[in-house]
Write a protein that binds this ligand. Structure first.
Ligand code: IPE
Ligand code: IPE
Ligand code: MG
Length: 253
């Protein structure tokens, strides 16, 4: 990746893209493999998405890696996902840091093993002052959890006498919701063909464009991401860039 990201001032590119990375299990099953090999194959698509986001000069990219409902999966799949998460954090963080990318994990991290929580804290501290793309990984995240934790913080302030109930406005709730300090989500992409939100960013998606594709996450590369961006640009401006043009805006690695 180049040292500086592309500027996205001219084209009406999204500033913040969120992705529900779905379809890993089916990708593996179609190949007669265990589901976990689909999750492993999905890591390559994460790298591609980060690279595209960086080179397009996005402010933020938010990836749904593990939902608060995914604990319901078979124990061996959950533990394979946790191991993969730890391994990827270990292998990728320095590279992200070298590329001026700020990494954040959103979600209820109290459910994670202590050593994973430590790794998360270290990764966030290392990259905290980076000024390039902000990469948010949603892990043990649920949109309802997010709104609930904001409500709890505000209720605490009311109880302390710092705030009256009438002073709770949309803006104030917004300040306590995850990602509050970032540009609003402009574009939500869901791979894997389902057309639902699955308890991802409920509050933050209020005005987002929604883009659903049947491409399975491990197959979602630079080309598929460019097509999604092009669809967003055409919806915004009513005249379309093509995927090829968006790819033309990507600086060479
Ligand atoms: C998404 O892929 C990854 C996670 C939820 C962790 P899935 O594992 O949901 O893949 P499908 O939907 O079963 O194909
Ligand atoms: C959503 O995918 C969660 C992630 C991609 C991490 P799921 O596969 O868990 O969603 P449902 O169960 O199909 O709604
Ligand atoms: Mg799924």
């Amino acid at each position: 990746m180049p040292a500086t990201a592309a500027s996205n001032d001219d084209a009406r590119l999204p500033r913040h893209v969120a992705i529900i990375m779905d379809g890993n299990g089916r990708w593996a099953e179609q190949r007669g493999k265990f589901r976990v090999s689909g999750h492993k194959a999905g890591v390559k698509s994460v790298r591609a998405a980060v690279s595209v986001g960086y080179r397009l000069g996005l402010d933020a990219l938010t990836l749904f890696a593990f939902s608060s409902e995914n604990w319901r999966r078979p124990e061996d799949e959950v533990s394979a996902l946790m191991s993969l998460f730890i391994a990827v954090l270990g292998s990728e963080v320095r590279k992200l840091h070298r590329n001026n990318i700020r990494l954040r994990i959103i979600g209820d991290r109290s459910a994670f093993a202590p050593h994973l929580q430590c790794k998360i804290n270290d990764a966030e501290s290392l990259t905290a002052n980076n000024t390039g793309l902000t990469l948010n990984i949603a892990a043990n995240y649920g949109g309802r959890w997010d709104i609930t934790q904001a409500a709890q913080q505000l209720a605490g302030r009311v109880q302390q006498g710092e705030l009256t109930p009438e002073a709770i406005t949309e803006e104030l709730i917004n300040e306590h919701i995850q990602l509050a300090d970032l540009a609003p989500v402009d574009l939500l992409i869901r791979t894997g063909g389902e057309q639902r939100i699955s308890n991802f960013l409920l509050w933050q998606l209020a005005y987002a464009e929604l883009y659903f594709t049947s491409v399975l996450w491990p197959d979602f590369g630079e080309e598929a991401f460019s097509d999604a961006i092009a669809a967003f640009v055409s919806r915004e401006r009513r005249f379309g860039c093509t995927g090829a043009q968006i790819r033309g805006m990507l600086k060479q690695e």
